[in-house]
Design a protein around this ligand. Sequence first.
Ligand code: HEM
Length: 233
Amino acid sequence: MATSTAPSPTVRKGRSSILLKTVVAVTGLFFVLFVLAHMAGNLWILVGREPFDEYAHHLRTFGEPMLPERGFLWVFRIALLVSLVGHVWATMALWARAGQARKTRYAGKKKTSYGGFYAKAMRWGGLALLAFVIFHILHFTTQTVTPAGAFESPAERVISSFDIWWVVLIYVLAMVALGMHLLHGVWGAAMTLGLNTSLKRAEQIRFVSVALATVVVVGFLIPPFAILFGIIE
Ligand code: HEM
């Protein structure tokens, strides 16, 4: 007698949720590599204006003559944009599912829990980061928003901007959001990718997430504060 082997709707939903979570985790890890590289690159400003400008120039001419000028930069920008769309789309699909599941399972009951707090912090923090990235590109890349004026030299753009306290404040708030997002994001990605297999592993993952968030936040904030306090002029 023939039996149907088609998975049930619940199993199908479970599988596609795993797929969505994997998209969030893998694109998230790509962002982690990007922020680490970006943070390290920004530290060139501590060496001097010229080394920083040279570094910015290298990013534009990387891969020449095999690639046209800004060729590598554009490939990287497209990869970032595709990852961002994937990260946001998969996250929103998962939110919609979680909302539906709550409506049926917790009808009439308000769910407040530790996990619920983190989920909310990830949502609002993620949206705040998205708004920051848009502001940041308008600020430094396109120079559409120019609190201190527009400059040809990238070092000049950075130094003149972080001489203004409220610009530093915007970046501090954004870095706090980034740190929180990394703290919980790394944990969530490790769970999705099945790395959390024992108590010891859980401790190691927690350590990596705290170390990563600290290095990224402190590393990004060194240049703005060094400029604000006149250590870099
Ligand atoms: C204090 C912190 C930061 C500083 C000082 C900083 C500095 C800069 C500068 C100077 C540029 C323009 C490079 C150029 O065109 O020559 C830039 C571009 C960019 N930054 Fe940042 N950045 C910071 C934090 C971040 C964070 C946290 C993110 C992401 C979460 C980020 C994402 C980007 C992106 C996507 C670009 C555009 C790259 C491009 O397409 O050219 N930045 N940043």
